[in-house]
Design a protein around this ligand. Structure first.
Ligand SMILES: [Zn+2]
Length: 524
């Protein structure tokens, strides 16, 4: 369940919570780490991992992993106004994380108003009558906490991490801005300049992000996933206060949200706090079922190419339209997750061994599956050339490995090793309060249930070689894909593009993630 989510993690919010939180450090990870980074292999040691029930992530036995996977008693209840509350107890440190997830994202925007979901995310920091602009953030900062917010296609979320004594206060703040946001033109119009500047910094000044935007637009011919979360500039420029208020009134209602509270808390305590705070918020609207235009079956392989003088490292990425965890056949999303691991999940993957180790033509290569989505997901491969190798060679070598995999299939040993790595990744994830809350929040905002998340380890265990091979045959078809190439301006054609001399990549960097497009933080 890789979560290379396509989302905007707001720089403005990052600035707001600048100065790395001591609390976050105490948890062994910064709360601001994008979700995709938490999925990457990382050192096992976490200074505060004191629970004897937690096995050493470096070498979990299958039995320990299974026990670990079942460990936390996740509990849930629903308030009378329809707000679902999920409690993830974690008693290792006197800290609590509150996350409120609204089941609305950019894919729910009206046509012509792209960027309104993300715009409202910014405006949610503008204050209420009871808590004027800046009061909430100041309260978080005063206790050494951290906060942030992010917008994706399918959800918009806000969170704070604070000492557990301040949890109730944070819940009161968040409940207040669910219904009492005050938006004046004086607050709204300057913030529109902020999001336009954010687009300039994150997309217009970043050729890789521009390419990702073009790939998405080509991949999704009919789904709103083809429109960037941050919005198209000419539409962002016209977003108004009235549109923001209408969006807020339609979607920011307790029955369209999920509250996650993780940390040193009990169910009874959270229930009492929730009833005193969120329980007072009126059910303001009935957003109804989310039904969006669906993708037709793709008929043609597409290619998108971008050359830019700012590109120092050429790269190629191929994105295949794939089912998501929400709309896949039973077992298919799990098979795609394992397939991505076998094909390109790290230094033992087929792509890395073939292109980096054996042929020596790539500085980095890999694959991942992005399955957390209400509608379709994506399966992606990528590579960057090394030394004298060209982009065309890298692309051909990736395609060659895919052809071989589709033709011959994966082996039982490869599948078992992949399951082991997925088990370990799950243990790492469970070790981090924020990533756990994110996982549940994202799942519950994209059509999944708590039971779906809980049964994930068993469903991964149950995947067979035949299922992985069937998923590969069904999805890794060029007709389902868009290939994007990123080239330095000097390169005449993709075939000529190669890594410049003297770059770390040309010098033989072996970071498996090198050259990976980073949709988690740059695609918007
Ligand atoms: Zn932003």
């Amino acid at each position: 369940m890789k979560s290379l989510s396509r989302k905007v993690l707001c720089r403005t919010s990052l600035v707001r919570s600048a100065g790395t939180s001591l609390l976050a450090l105490a948890l062994g990870a910064t709360a601001l780490t994008p979700a995709f980074a938490q999925e990457a292999p990382r050192p096992a040691a976490s200074a505060t991992k004191t629970s004897p029930a937690t096995p050493t992530p470096a070498a979990p036995t299958p039995a320990a992993a299974a026990a670990e996977a079942k460990r936390p008693a996740i509990e849930s209840f629903t308030l009378d106004n329809g707000l679902q509350v999920v409690v993830l107890p974690d008693h290792r440190a006197p800290i609590a994380t509150q996350m409120i997830w609204y089941r609305v994202g950019s894919a729910d925007e009206a046509r012509g108003q792209s960027g309104i979901a993300h715009f409202l995310e910014h405006l949610m920091f503008k204050g209420t009558k009871a808590h004027p602009d800046g009061a909430f953030s100041a309260a978080v900062a005063a206790v050494g906490g951290s906060e942030n917010a992010f917008t994706s296609y399918d959800y918009t979320a806000y969170y704070q991490q604070v000492p557990v004594e301040q949890l109730r206060e944070m819940m009161a703040f968040e409940a207040d801005r669910m219904e009492n946001l005050v938006l004046s033109d004086e607050a709204v119009l300057p913030e529109r300049d902020v999001i336009l500047e954010e687009r300039r910094m994150r997309v217009d000044n970043d050729p890789g992000a521009q390419l990702s935007e073009a790939v998405d637009a080509a991949l999704f011919a009919n789904s709103p996933y083809g429109t960037p979360v941050i919005g198209w500039r000419q539409e962002m420029e016209k977003l108004s206060r009235d549109q923001a208020i209408a969006f807020y009134d339609k979607y920011y209602t307790p029955n369209n949200a999920t509250l996650l509270v993780a940390g040193d808390v009990t169910l009874d305590q959270v229930r009492a706090y929730a009833e005193e705070t969120y329980g007072q918020v009126k059910r303001r609207a009935e957003p109804g079922e989310r039904q969006r235009p669906q993708e037709p079956e793709p008929l043609a392989a597409r290619t998108v190419s971008l050359s830019d003088a700012r590109v120092t490292q050429p790269s190629v990425q191929t994105t295949y339209l794939a089912p998501s965890e929400n709309n896949a056949e039973p077992g298919e999303a799990e098979a795609l997750d394992l397939l991505a691991d076998i094909l390109g999940g790290g230094t033992t993957s087929r792509l890395y061994r073939a292109l980096v180790v054996e042929q020596g033509i790539a500085a980095g290569t890999g694959a991942y599956y992005q399955g957390t989505a209400l509608d379709d997901g994506q399966f992606m491969t990528y590579g960057t050339p090394r030394g004298e190798a060209t982009l065309a060679q890298v692309e051909a070598a990736i395609d060659g490995e895919i052809v071989r995999l589709v033709k011959d299939g994966v082996t039982p040993a490869e599948l078992e090793a992949a399951k082991n790595r997925v088990r370990k990744a799950l243990i790492y994830q469970r070790d981090n309060q924020t990533s756990m809350a994110r996982r549940y929040g994202a799942a519950l905002s994209t059509g999944q249930t708590i039971a779906d998340v809980e049964s994930w380890p068993e469903r991964i265990e149950a995947v067979s070689v035949d299922q992985v091979n069937a998923a590969a045959r069904a999805i890794l078809d060029k007709k389902r894909s868009v290939t994007g190439t990123l080239l330095p301006a000097a390169a005449e054609t993709a075939a000529d593009a190669k890594a410049p001399e003297g770059t770390p990549a040309a010098a033989g960097a072996v970071d498996p993630a090198a050259g990976a497009p980073a949709p988690g933080d740059t695609r918007s």
